[in-house]
Design a protein around this ligand. Structure first.
Ligand SMILES: Cc1cc2nc3c(=O)[nH]c(=O)nc-3n(C[C@H](O)[C@H](O)[C@H](O)COP(=O)(O)O)c2cc1C
Length: 424
């Protein structure tokens, strides 16, 4: 993994949002990476997670009360010894309060004692209406003006059941931001046979045009590929990601991205990358369409029209029949394209819920036809699960026998893949 400067002190302020549980994971990861984390909880935060949980994880005292006997100067000393201060999750109440200069508890008084020399990061978490409230907006602008870093929120379904902005960023993203602000971005690549280990990842669904405005596509989001790319790059691999145009997820600045639309675009990009650069691994997670449009028949004219997907916009007056042609299997060509003939390929096999025998038969077929080293299997039914609860099985072959290993979540998958890579 990339070398990070250790022994930094992080002061973590947790306020009364339902998203407190997400932050426990962030704190636990920081402690595992040898950061010293000290926590302050508002009385609101104590309703959502236990004081003992944080005490157990950090190994440090948890600060709750401005007037606690023996720690009366904590509002000064905590800020002084911190290298970076994080407020996550930050409630609407906290943001509005500190923007007014109110210091009526330990968490808000810490902000008044802040010396503006070190990063102060605020990760808001709230309902969309609270986030878009004119006073909250005004408070955010005010804090930004005086140099406080207020991070974006994510868009999506909120704990209250509503949709919109205001959702706390995911733990991995919070971790990344904290490290960025501590200037721990220095990239130290993992070496493989003496050189930086280079990985090509493909992700997302392809779009096959029917005419200039219509297309055939699939429901693959490309998010697993983005998470793998971010996570592997954070671990020190040099990652290039070939990603479908539709995916707009945030990527680590270390990941190089090229975009594709159709399966033939993706095929060309694979050729272009693999034939000129030495890649050690390819993770082929893109959902490539098996078919593209060969011909369109307008049913009442009884004749096929010449297929020109860029010019034509079909009339909707008549029924049409699409004649589809089979697309090539990109995965079978990856080794042929590759400058490095020892490149190792990891294929993905998404299947509807199936018996173990059927899964192994399908996986064996991928091994036999594509010359891949590993196959990651997951099931369609599992796609709705949160990314860290998804189940993946990594298959490999050993003297003709198939072996598998189950991993939980996309971060577990990234970890296991990196172990396979480093282990050779
Ligand atoms: C179940 C529940 C969930 C809440 N979640 C949030 C939240 O995500 N964001 C927020 O700004 N306030 C939330 N609140 C309201 C705050 O807890 C409340 O404004 C409190 O005064 C915040 O205090 P503090 O941030 O200073 O600790 C929630 C309240 C309840 C009862």
């Amino acid at each position: 993994m990339s070398t990070l400067q250790k022994n930094k002190n992080i002061l973590f302020i947790l306020t009364g949002s339902i998203a407190c549980y997400k932050v426990v994971q962030v704190i636990s990861s920081l402690v595992k990476e040898n950061f010293n984390v000290e926590c302050v909880m508002t009385s609101g935060a104590q309703n959502f997670i236990g004081i003992s949980t944080l005490e157990g994880i950090t190994g440090n005292k948890i600060y709750l009360d401005l007037y606690e006997s023996g720690y009366a100067m904590a509002h000064i000393s905590l800020v002084r010894r911190a290298d970076l201060i994080v407020v996550a999750p930050a409630t609407a109440n906290y943001i509005n309060k500190i923007a007014q200069g109110v210091g009526d508890d330990l968490a808000s008084t810490l902000f008044l004692a802040y010396d503006f020399k070190k990063p102060f990061l605020i990760f808001p978490a709230m309902n969309v209406a609270m986030f878009e409230h004119p006073l909250t907006k005004e408070a955010i602008v005010k804090l930004k003006k005086i140099g406080i870093c207020i991070l974006d929120t994510a868009q999506g379904s909120l704990a209250c059941g509503e949709e919109g902005y205001g959702r706390l960023l995911e733990p991995e993203e919070i971790l990344r931001k904290i490290k960025e602000h501590l200037n721990l971005k220095e990239f130290q690549p993992i070496k493989f046979h003496g050189d930086a280990c280079r990985i090509l990842i493909t992700g997302g669904g392809t779009v096959e045009k029917i005419d200039s405005v219509r297309s055939i596509t699939n429901s693959s989001s490309g998010n697993t590929a983005v998470d793998l790319a971010n996570s592997l790059s954070e671990r020190g691999f040099l990652v290039t990601l070939l990603l479908s145009e539709q995916n707009q997820r945030k990527l680590s600045s270390q990941v190089s991205v090229r975009r594709f639309l159709s399966s033939s675009d993706l095929d060309s990009l694979c050729l272009k990358e693999l034939s000129v650069k030495h890649y050690d691994f390819v993770i082929h997670a893109a959902a490539v369409s098996d078919f593209s449009v060969k011909e369109i028949q307008i049913n009442d004219s009884a004749e096929a029209i010449k297929y020109d997907l860029n010019k034509l916009k079909m009339s909707s007056e008549s029924e049409i029949t699409l004649i589809l042609k089979k697309n090539k299997k990109i995965i079978s060509d990856l080794k042929n394209y590759s400058l490095n003939q020892n490149v190792k390929i990891i294929a993905f096999k998404l299947m509807p819920k199936s018996s173990q025998i059927d899964i192994e038969t399908a996986v064996r077929k991928v091994f036999n036809h594509s010359g891949v080293s590993f196959v990651v299997h997951n099931s369609v039914e599992d796609l709705v699960a949160q990314k860290d609860s998804r189940k993946f099985s990594i298959y490999s072959t050993n003297k003709g026998n198939i072996e598998s290993q189950q991993v939980d979540g996309v971060s577990g998958l990234a970890h296991q893949i990196s172990m396979l890579m480093v282990g050779g």
